[in-house]
Structure formats: structure tokens, C-alpha cells
Design a protein around this ligand. Structure first.
Ligand code: DQA
Length: 150
């Protein structure tokens, strides 16, 4: 089981700043993730919340049932020690995804608390970043591609 978690405002994907985030909705992204997940034999929980506590509760839930978490924490990326702490208590693989290239944007987006715990970070690949993360997750879980320690 893989949890794909999405943070605040991503429910507005496709409507919100399409020049940055594109025209696809989060439901479209979910469909594409489920198609690829099926091909990779990865069962998915795909969720979005605007509430920090809910994301934290889902990360706790994942501890018991998931081998990996793919997370786009959205604005909480840059603010949330609480999400970092929750992820630090998760023992599986963690991949951080951003649709936009946060390093090419405002300086307050350049720092990510979540990157301190993520094995991999994908940014600036549009919504395809979720699919890249799923492929990476499948490789890590199959043991065909080693993780990196740094
Ligand atoms: C984002 C980048 C964040 O800085 C921003 O707050 C988001 C989305 C992305 O996917 O590019 O809401 O995580």
C-alpha cells in the first residue's frame, strides 16, 4: 500500500494558477496515478486535505499499513515541523513531490522541512512528478534500484 497525500489548495488544481500548476485537476492526477499504480501493482490511498492535522493523522495511519508515502505537502512544505515529525515516525519510503519548481519561485518556497526526511524529491515536472514518484517507489520496494543514504 502506498499513500499519496496532497496538502492545502491542491483540491483547486486545474483552477488555481494554471500558468504555474497546469490545467489538470487533482481527480485527473488520481486517475493517472491509479492507472500506473495498477500496472506497477501498487495499491494506492490517494487523499487531499487543507488541514494540517488531517495530513498528520493520515501519516500516522500509514505507519501500520503502508510501505511508502508520496507527499505533496503544498504550502505546509515550507512551514510544518509537525508534518516533518510525523514523517520521521514513518519507517517506509518517502518521496516528496512538487508540481512546480519551488527553487525557481519565491525565496520562501526554497526551504522544505519535508526534504529533511524524504528519500527523493521531485519538483518542476508538473503533475507527471506523481508518476515519476510512483515509478521510483516501485523500484525501491522491488529492491531493483538502491536507495541513497545522502
Ligand atoms: C507546491 C509548491 C508549494 O510552494 C505551494 O505552496 C503549493 C504547491 C507544488 O506542488 O508545486 O501549494 O507544493
Amino acid at each position: 500500500m502506498i499513500y499519496v497525500l496532497n496538502g492545502p489548495n491542491l483540491n483547486l488544481l486545474g483552477k488555481r494558477q494554471p500558468e504555474i500548476y497546469g490545467n489538470e485537476t487533482l481527480a485527473d492526477v488520481e486517475v493517472r496515478c491509479r492507472e500506473l499504480g495498477a500496472a506497477l501493482r501498487l495499491e494506492l490511498q490517494f487523499r487531499q486535505s487543507n488541514r494540517e492535522y488531517e495530513l498528520i493523522d493520515w501519516i500516522h495511519e500509514a505507519r501500520d499499513v503502508a510501505a511508502g508515502i508520496i507527499i505533496n505537502p503544498a504550502a505546509f512544505t515550507h512551514t510544518s515541523v509537525a508534518i516533518l515529525d510525523a514523517l520521521n515516525a514513518f519507517e517506509g519510503e518517502i518521496i516528496e513531490v512538487h508540481i512546480s519548481n519551488i527553487h525557481r519561485r519565491e525565496s520562501f518556497r526554497h526551504h522544505s522541512y519535508v526534504s529533511a526526511v524524504a528519500g527523493g524529491v521531485i519538483a518542476g515536472c508538473g503533475t507527471e512528478g506523481y508518476l515519476l514518484a510512483l515509478r521510483r517507489m516501485a523500484s525501491l520496494l522491488a529492491g531493483v534500484s538502491p536507495g541513497v543514504s545522502q
